[in-house]
Design a protein around this ligand. Sequence first.
Ligand code: NAD
Length: 466
Amino acid sequence: MSLSPNHPQAPAPPHEHVVLNPATEEVVATVPAATAADVHAAVGRAAAAQRGWAAAAPADRARLLRRFAAVVDEHREELARLEVTEAGHTLGNARWEAGNVRDLLDYAAGGVERLAGRQIPVPGGLDVTILEPLGVVGVIAPWNFPMPIAAWGFAPALAAGNAVILKPAETTPLTALRLAELALTAGLPEHLLQVLPGAGPVAGNALVEHPGVAKIVFTGSTRVGKQIMAGCADRVKRLTLELGGKSPNIVFADADIEAAAAAAPMSFLDNTGQDCCARTRILVQRSAYDRFMELLEPAVKEVVVGDPADEATQMGPLISRLQRDRVRSYVTDGLEMFQGSAPEGPGFWFPPTVVTGVDPTAAIAAEEVFGPVAVVLPFEDEADAVRLANATEYGLSGSIWTRDVGRALRVSGAVRAGNLSVNSHSSVRYWTPFGGYRQSGLGRELGPDALTAFTETKNVFISTEA
Ligand code: NAD
């Protein structure tokens, strides 16, 4: 093992990342890991590309982004198969994810010519605001949704006139690298969208520290998000954080209990629970608890877990051995629970797991497990449901199941989270805003204001009296 010269105790950062298929543990690819020097060079290239891009006519930028969307669409199946291989996503999900990149680019392209400032009445002249691009934007992406989350950052950032350097997660660099190639195929200027795989503390940190990077868009763990926030604070760097969650699924006794129980399994098993919006705390009103559990258990056990490339599969493996170890550490002996099935043999498999009879403050009920694990907790009344829903440091998503419209509105108002859905588990649409309260994040992505988040507002007053 080689040792870093600066930290004699620490192993040197890897020079390459070995990408494994999480369903088989076979090596898929080996990808060079960027150093801090590589990042610095990329920032210089990006800054030069950005100047030309910002100077181009809005209609031309929009046309190129639409062409990028079209090229992604033409390669949708290839991108989806690559995601199945590197991330273990089910084929159906991966197809949706590649389509989501296309849609994000199309939506952002529609904003380029509408990104307008304002004219504000003032005495003695004309006052206008101008929305200027920030410059070079660093996007640090996680492994749980490698394509959509990267595009949540790069599509609006490019549309607003910025250049982007994307650092994908160590385990999932392949679709990001392919998207950068497709950008060139579509005719986007060279170096406008660069993808630099690398270790978080090396390549990711170099983006945070580089004075030529104007904004960081980070999605990942709250722990790393706090470090990035501290790094950005030093330079007053713009920052968006999309962090963890422990989202409630609140089921009132007056709800359609059959529908709530049928929808609950995939609300925490989709993407094998590796979803910041996963509804992993199922809160059920005590008077409906037994009926709900009677329906939930068979519904969870029916979920098809297996080869993610099989069209019928609903849940694949976890991303890595490390992630499986993390998930296992929460599911300790002696817990009251039931489990579905998972394949034996190679692959990072973990069965769907539902835990009952735990205290709301137990680690499994309070921390983000990021695996196919939910807890069910009973509550007495509306006030108790809201208290339990808010008894977390997070505040990303949540669902409310009730037939009472007034209750749905009251509880939506009282739950401290950024993305709620009533009688459904929907959270993310590219045309509606997404983001967290409290330790689930900072800022909003997606939606009608997505491009504005990648601009600086300049106010100009022009005197008419000179
Ligand atoms: P992570 O936060 O370590 O990694 C996310 C991204 O940040 C990766 O690209 C990584 O390389 C980069 N990164 C790591 N350290 C960095 C640093 N010091 N400076 C700059 N960039 C850095 O996530 P993880 O370790 O892969 O997963 C750990 C846990 O995080 C999971 O179990 C889950 O609870 C949570 N998580 C949440 C999300 C989400 O969507 N909110 C996504 C991934 C992971």
